[in-house]
Design a binder for this molecule. Structure first.
Ligand code: IFM
Length: 484
């Protein structure tokens, strides 16, 4: 495994090292203890939506193995564990009665983490909307934001004595565009106007829920949101290609950063999307509700994108996958961009088909710091899927993942050298899990999950990460195979 980056970079002793998961991706137990149905239960039961017909019904069975999983985190030495609460486990229909058993599960998880000396970092929404709320209109409906705030207040009431870091939403870009425009994520709708209404109501949900949590927990609460901001490059310096990049930047980043941090939607995005919507879903006062003070911004980063203006206009809503088959380049995800083409990027690539470009992470963090000085940043997700194998010695020698982490963590260090106030880094993911439309076919974990026995095996990347945390410095890639 080769890398152009040196090992050994030191990090401050108080830098927060963690790992992340999400409820639907790891918990399983979808029918237990009063949990309600989520849009991902429905979506994954719909033929053709998830690879191999997989679903999160069992996932990594974390619901039943939580105590052992926390013990594993402790062995790795994690300072913090970022996980999400399943809204339908806590409030089965998304409004009305709460489910004591669901709340109790998360309360026990938080206690277990406390005993292990691991900070809980809670995400309130990582895509598992109660199905009843989708039936009532989902994120394109304004009321969903208010229902979310009620649920957030209850979660804060129960967990707020022990949880200080509260992330409202994970990657609202995915919820809005992949769920309501491209239809490749739950609930699988394909309507560009709805996707932009969903963007706004997710932003509103963030503001309402963040305020509700602050009211309940008090000034100690740290309110955050995690965005998968896009680092997109133009294929050339031609005005047309630069304009394509500007439009993607607006839809990917501006529609979130603008209202959250500047108190306004970017005027160019509103103009660019005029053929799709008049944005009348933005009501007077909404931007004040959304732009609450943020204590920390969560940044998820995996890869970069490359766009150009295209002469071949595609048929709107054709669902054609882009060069990586999914996500950012899923063409129909982007409203009013029929004339923008996503280009394949040079390798190496991960098993998702995503290019590996750690420089993009440095660029993103430094740009955020430059635009929003004084806003603390945490890398809340970064990691890579590879087709791991168990070696005859029983270990998973995932040196490609170790190299990915090595280079991206070094890229974070470089951003800090350039002045970015980055406080922590979370590997995605602690363990192999349900990778949404790819089911169990893509493995992101630093811990392997055998999906037949549900046995956990720390991969070389887990041993390497443990050593990094212990030493506050980036170990060599080669050392990974002999650690642990
Ligand atoms: O698995 C997902 C996660 O749920 C959200 N961020 C990206 C990861 C990899 O696709």
């Amino acid at each position: 495994m080769t890398t152009a980056r040196p090992s050994g970079r030191q990090f401050p002793a108080d830098f927060l090292w963690g790992s992340a998961t999400a409820s639907y991706q790891v918990e399983g137990a979808v029918d237990e203890d009063g949990r309600g149905q989520s849009i991902w239960d429905t979506f994954s039961a719909t033929p053709g939506k998830v690879l191999n017909g997989d679903s999160g019904a069992v996932a990594a069975d974390h619901y039943h193995r939580m105590v052992d999983d926390v013990a594993l985190m402790k062995r790795i030495g994690l300072h913090a564990y970022r996980f999400s609460l399943a809204w339908p486990r806590i409030q089965p229909t998304g409004s009305g009665a709460f489910n004591p058993k669901g709340l109790d599960f998360y309360s026990r998880l938080v206690d277990q983490l406390g005993d292990a000396g691991i900070d809980p970092v809670v995400t309130l929404y990582h895509w598992d909307l109660p199905q009843a709320l989708e039936d009532a209109g989902g994120w394109p409906a304004r009321d969903t934001a208010y229902r979310f705030a009620d649920y957030a207040a209850k979660a804060a009431e129960v967990l707020g004595d022990r949880v200080k870091i509260w992330t409202t939403l994970n990657e609202p870009w995915c919820s809005a565009y992949l769920g309501y425009a491209a239809g490749v994520h739950a609930p699988g709708r394909e309507n560009h106007a709805d996707s932009l209404a969903a963007v706004h109501h997710l932003n509103l949900a963030h503001g309402l829920a963040g305020s509700a949590v602050r009211d309940v927990v008090g000034p100690d609460a740290q309110i955050s949101i995690t965005l998968n901001l896009h680092v997109t490059r133009a294929a050339s310096d031609s005005p047309a290609d630069l304009d394509a990049k500007r439009r993607i930047d607006g839809l990917a980043n501006g529609v979130f950063l603008g209202p959250l941090l500047d108190g306004a939607y970017p005027a160019d995005v509103i103009a660019d999307t005029a053929s799709v919507t008049d944005w009348s879903f933005v009501q007077p006062g909404d931007l004040d509700l959304i732009s609450i003070p943020l204590d920390v911004l969560g940044v998820n980063y995996y890869a970069t994108g490359l766009v150009r203006k295209s002469d071949a206009v595609r048929v709107p809503g054709d669902g054609t996958p882009g060069p990586d088959g999914h996500k950012s380049s899923a063409l129909s995800a982007w409203p009013a961009t029929d004339d923008i083409e996503w280009l394949p990027l040079p390798g190496p690539h991960t098993a998702m088909g995503w290019n590996i470009e750690p420089e993009g992470l440095t660029e993103l963090l430094v740009d955020l710091h430059t635009t929003y000085p004084g806003l603390p940043l945490v890398v809340t997700e970064n990691g890579a899927a590879f087709h791991d194998e168990v070696s005859p010695d029983g270990r998973v020698h995932d040196l490609d993942r170790v190299a990915y982490l090595h280079d991206h963590i070094d890229a974070v260090g470089e951003a800090i050298d350039h002045g970015a106030d980055v406080r922590g880094y979370f590997v995605w993911s602690l363990m192999d899990n349900f990778e949404w439309a790819y089911g169990y076919d893509r493995r992101f974990g630093i811990v392997r999950v055998d999906y037949d026995t549900l046995e956990r095996t720390p991969k070389d990347s887990a041993h390497w990460y443990a050593e990094l945390i212990r030493a506050h410095a980036i170990p060599t890639i080669e050392s990974a195979a002999s650690l642990g």
